[in-house]
Design a protein around this ligand. Structure first.
Ligand code: NDP
Ligand code: A1CAB
Length: 298
């Protein structure tokens, strides 16, 4: 229990210098191959981020899906695709499980016979726990549960991951290296992953809605949609940079903008009348619970 009386997950072990050196050797191996079971929206975001890192060539990435609906984005970028999930596991050391959560168990059952101790299996499926992944795979399989968001495609993703029982610190570093051009990637206790899903995996959509609403307000006041859209996006970008670079508390940065009797406090009052912050807290809470529920469905 922590000071507030809440259950606090055990701290995540840190990686050592020896592990870092071993990983550097791995990551520079020309043999490194990366696969995706599922070739949809999140898989392509991660694949593009991995390609930007430059250590895996496009022809060493292969993705599988039952139809060609989403495979085109992979082939256009020079990556391979297949309809056979087992082929991905046979060809690749690092394999991302990127199907929708209800499909994960069936997909794992189909590849179970191909998974060895040399593979690193990285699931990005919302809610699907490490225990579920380990149960579905051979004993001792090296498993990671990762939760990214779509901004990985532009190098500004927010990712957290937790290691399975057999996964080494070296493999965690290998994953972090692979994803280093996708954005920030922190190792966390597993219970944080559903929370991150509600806050960031899904939360990036709330940010888009905020940008859209800002622009709608500006359009209502007479600005063109094109100008308003760019300014809304730059305003979010600026706010994010201010938070990350100054490390100031958001309330401090908000107060810096709010002159007594000025425009900002009038706008803030309207937001509070609409339960702005409470609504966002509720959204994170509900989406977190939904992630947990997805993991419990059969
Ligand atoms: N989208 C997001 O922002 C985020 C998603 N995630 C997680 O990523 C996962 C994928 O989500 P998302 O990319 O949005 O979903 P998509 O629907 O875009 O992609 C799912 C992919 O899985 C393929 N697929 C379906 N059944 C199988 C199967 N049996 N074997 C192999 N592939 C299969 C689909 O093929 P086909 O195209 O032929 O139907 C499709 O390519 C989910 O688990 C989600 O929780 C995590 C973080 C963020
Ligand atoms: O909505 C979803 O289920 C996925 C998980 C996180 C973001 N999108």
């Amino acid at each position: 229990m922590n000071e507030e009386g809440c259950d606090e997950p055990a701290p995540v072990p840190t990686t050592t210098a020896a592990a870092a050196a071993a990983t550097t050797a791995n990551i520079h191996s020309a043999d490194l191959t990366v696969g995706f079971i599922g070739a949809g929206k999140m898989a392509i975001c991660l694949a593009k981020g991995i390609l930007k890192r430059g250590i895996v060539k496009p022809d060493r990435i292969v993705a599988s899906a039952p139809t060609d609906r989403s495979a085109g984005l992979f082939t256009e970028a020079g990556m391979r695709t297949t309809r056979d999930n087992r082929e991905v596991v046979q060809a690749c050391k690092v394999v991302f499980i990127a199907t929708k959560p209800p499909v994960v168990k069936a997909a794992l059952a189909g590849i179970r016979g191909e998974v060895t101790g040399d593979h690193l299996i990285v699931s990005i499926a919302a809610g699907i726990t490490i225990a579920t992944l380990e149960k579905a795979l051979p004993v001792g399989a090296h498993v990671v549960r990762l939760m990214p968001n779509t901004a990985c495609q532009v190098g500004e993703g927010a990712m957290v991951f937790a290691r399975g029982r057999s996964t080494t610190p070296e493999e965690a570093l290998l994953l972090q290296e692979l994803l280093s051009h996708c954005g920030m990637c922190l190792e966390v206790p597993e219970p944080y992953i559903d929370i991150h899903t509600g806050m960031s995996g899904s939360g990036i959509a709330y940010a888009y809605m905020f940008a859209e609403a800002l622009a709608d307000g500006a359009v209502k006041m007479g600005m063109t949609r094109a100008v308003a859209g760019d300014i809304a996006a730059q305003t979010l970008l600026g706010a994010a940079r201010m938070l990350l670079q100054t490390k100031a508390h958001p309330s401090q940065l908000k107060d810096d903008v709010s002159s007594p009797g000025g425009t900002t406090i009038y706008g803030i009052h309207e937001l509070e009348k609409g339960n702005f912050r409470s609504t966002i807290i509720n959204a994170v809470e509900t989406a977190t619970a939904r992630a947990s529920h997805l993991g419990k469905q059969d």
